[in-house]
Write a protein that binds this ligand. Sequence first.
Ligand code: 5GP
Length: 114
Amino acid sequence: MLKDNIFQKIIDKEIPAKIAYEDDLCLAFHDINPQAPVHVLIIPRKVIATHAELTDADRDLLGHLHLVAVKLAKQLGLDDGYRIVVNCLDRGGQTVPHLHMHLMGGRAFHWPPG
Ligand code: 5GP
């Protein structure tokens, strides 16, 4: 699975992205192929390939990513709700080997997901 880490190139500003938020721990940018009217990816600057590789050392970082998602959801007008998704490895549908949280809103989402 998972070959090139294009998100590291976005962190390094080697390729452009529409940045929605950044700080010393993370970066958020609009997805190039949005699946909802609002679709932002929130990624840690730290290289963590996938959700399954998270450790206790990442506890604060994970909390931070979620709190950034809350702030962004407010800023982006997702007052009526949103969906957060983290795809993990092949069967989870992950295509980029750098941990990322999808923040999507602006439409209704269904359950169960596909
Ligand atoms: P995954 O399938 O790994 O959970 O999600 C990867 C996401 O990254 C996809 O929604 C895809 O559209 C997005 N993506 C892939 N390459 C780029 C890129 O170069 N720029 C941006 N902004 N998004 C990308």
